[in-house]
Design a protein around this ligand. Structure first.
Ligand code: ADP
Ligand code: MG
Length: 224
């Protein structure tokens, strides 16, 4: 599903040049659950943003379902991303002015899904995420764990084939973190490919495979 070949990402700010990714090659197969680990600043979020078509690499090639997508213009990237890739962030990124139902409905509105179908799909996904009883609450009225369940509901409401999660349990206590991991595992078992950045060994244990990053490079796997 995903194939990266020699991906480099260089950030240039005034006189400083940061090589965030220094030639990353990797593959993720359809239906896999992969964890990306590594110390702070090693390029994990940069890699996830490139995988999610939020940013382009400086060089290298990115194949998504066989199509080269690493050199697309922003408008084309948005088109490929829409409805196909769901994001979950450490800080939830919900819209405070919208209630739970409205937050989850938003991606469907963007996709032009008719109102009746939107309502049905929102209701169904809130039920699956066990957050239906908070449908009319606003993000600030919810616990962190509940907010992240809403964020996951928003990410999956358009049935994406790929979920990218950047430290999804980073702001949660152990119990809520566990619930989030169980939801991601459930989605993966239903066929969604999941790529998750994490600092937590426990969370990485839910993945089928761990990719370790160090200083913008994939640490080679050691086979014993
Ligand atoms: P991680 O998620 O592993 O902590 P990041 O991918 O956020 O690491 O960052 C990798 C490196 O790239 C860091 O040195 C960071 O400061 C730098 N970096 C990330 N984003 C930008 C940006 N937009 N502009 C400049 N430097 C950046
Ligand atoms: Mg990060």
């Amino acid at each position: 599903m995903i194939k990266l070949e020699n991906i480099q990402k260089v950030f240039r700010t005034e006189e400083v040049e940061t090589v965030a990714l220094g030639g990353v090659s990797l593959e993720v197969k359809k239906g896999e659950f992969v964890a990306i680990m590594g110390p702070s600043g090693c390029g994990k979020s940069t890699l996830l943003n490139i995988l999610g078509l939020l940013d382009n690499p400086t060089s290298g090639t990115y194949y998504l379902d066989g199509e080269e997508v690493g050199k697309l213009k922003e408008s084309q990237r948005t088109k490929v991303r829409k409805g196909q890739i769901g994001f979950v962030f450490q800080s939830f990124n919900l819209i405070d002015e919208l209630n739970v139902e409205e937050n989850v409905e938003l991606p469907l509105t963007y996709l032009g899904v008719p109102k009746k179908e939107r309502k049905q799909r929102v209701e169904e996904v809130l039920r699956r995420m066990a957050i239906s009883h908070r449908a009319h609450h606003f993000p600030q009225q919810l616990s962190g764990g509940q907010q992240q369940r809403v964020a996951i509901a928003r990410a999956v409401v358009m049935n994406p084939k790929l979920i990218l999660a950047d430290e999804p349990t980073g702001n949660l206590d152990s119990k809520n973190g566990l619930e989030v991991m169980q939801l991601l595992t459930q989605l993966n078992q239903e066929g969604t490919t999941v790529v998750m950045v994490t600092h937590s060994e426990r969370d990485a244990g839910y993945a089928q495979r761990i990719i370790n990053l160090l200083d913008g490079q994939v640490v080679p796997e050691v086979s014993l």
